[in-house]
Design a protein around this ligand. Structure first.
Ligand SMILES: Nc1nc2c(ncn2[C@@H]2O[C@H](COP(=O)(O)OP(=O)(O)OP(=O)(O)O)[C@@H](O)[C@H]2O)c(=O)[nH]1
Ligand SMILES: [Mg+2]
Length: 274
């Protein structure tokens, strides 16, 4: 159906320590058994470069390190033009061109990053644990709306069934505004540590993918994403032009300060012929 190289993107998000990296690692093992090339991009929106927790993840994923059909990369978002999503999109496009499918995106930390991951991913997996303290935090961050699949990981721990029930209750109570999705996010219990439930998770991801394709939603998302990305790129180009013009034209810079007219000055610069 698709006439260009574009990998299917699965985003993993959730509070720190819920087991995202462990889950991804086990999922990679499953995908390799299915003979798929898979790429993992771990993003840390708070870090200017790779390190810390992400470095730990890379070490954990060492067992895939010699496999040419597994690509693992960490990237920080700070210092990237346009933040996480723009940098991630570029990387994903490249990985797709190299034949990696799916591309798995893991984000570290909470906040804006989940929303950015959801904006890039085809399927967003929100990872919780039996301690639904995570859940409450997630709801505050508006995470219910972005989940296509919920995972209650650490199902080997006490309270897993209760957590699933509570989450189900929360989902049925929550009246999620916006366009009807016609997709009811399933809740999958997993134990990444014991490698349990991962096949169910993969099945759910495939089911969501089929849903996107059969409903035409995939094309809608694609158009939306390309438009968003174009707007982001345009903003970066414009920013760059304005900064450069001000740096190269001291008279203009002085006048800006004297008159205090950022809007007018911006328009003037962008109207200039290049
Ligand atoms: N009991 C249990 N522990 C788990 C499971 N999955 C992961 N863990 C442990 O939970 C801790 C955090 O796991 P990570 O995979 O690093 O979690 P993460 O969500 O990637 O964490 P951040 O990247 O820091 O956000 C580790 O000590 C894991 O060994 C599980 O299924 N059961
Ligand atoms: Mg991690």
């Amino acid at each position: 159906m698709k006439d260009r190289a574009q990998a299917y993107v699965v985003g993993f998000t959730g509070a720190p320590g819920t087991g995202k990296s462990t889950l991804v690692d086990v999922l990679v093992t499953l995908l390799r058994k299915l003979d798929r090339s898979v790429a993992v991009v771990a993003t840390d929106p708070n870090s200017p470069f790779s390190g810390g927790a992400i470095l730990g993840d890379r070490i954990r994923m060492q067992r895939h390190a010699l496999d040419p059909k597994v690509f693992i990369r960490s990237m920080g978002a700070r210092g990237h033009l346009g933040g996480l999503s723009l940098a991630a999109r570029e990387t994903i496009r490249l990985l797709g061109a190299f034949g990696f499918d799916p591309v798995i995106l893991e984000t570290v930390g909470v906040g804006q990053s989940e929303l950015e991951v959801a904006a890039v991913a085809d399927t967003t997996v929100v990872v919780l644990t039996p301690n639904l303290g995570d859940g409450v935090q997630m709801i505050k961050a508006g995470i219910l709306e972005i989940a296509d699949i919920f995972v209650v990981n650490k199902a080997d721990l006490e309270g897993s069934n209760r957590a699933v029930t509570e989450l189900r209750g929360m989902l049925s109570l929550s009246n999620i505004p916006g366009a009807p999705k016609q997709w009811k996010p399933p809740i999958i219990a997993t134990s990444a540590a014991r490698q349990e439930g991962i096949d169910k998770l993969w099945e759910a991801i495939l089911a969501h993918r089929r849903h996107l394709e059969s409903s035409g939603r995939d094309q809608e998302l694609e158009r939306q994403r390309l438009e968003d990305e174009t707007a982001e790129v345009a903003a970066e180009i414009a920013r760059d032009r304005v900064r450069r013009a001000l740096a190269e034209d001291p008279t203009l810079a002085k006048r800006l300060v004297a008159e205090g007219t950022p809007y007018g000055t911006a328009e003037e610069i962008l109207d200039r012929k290049r």
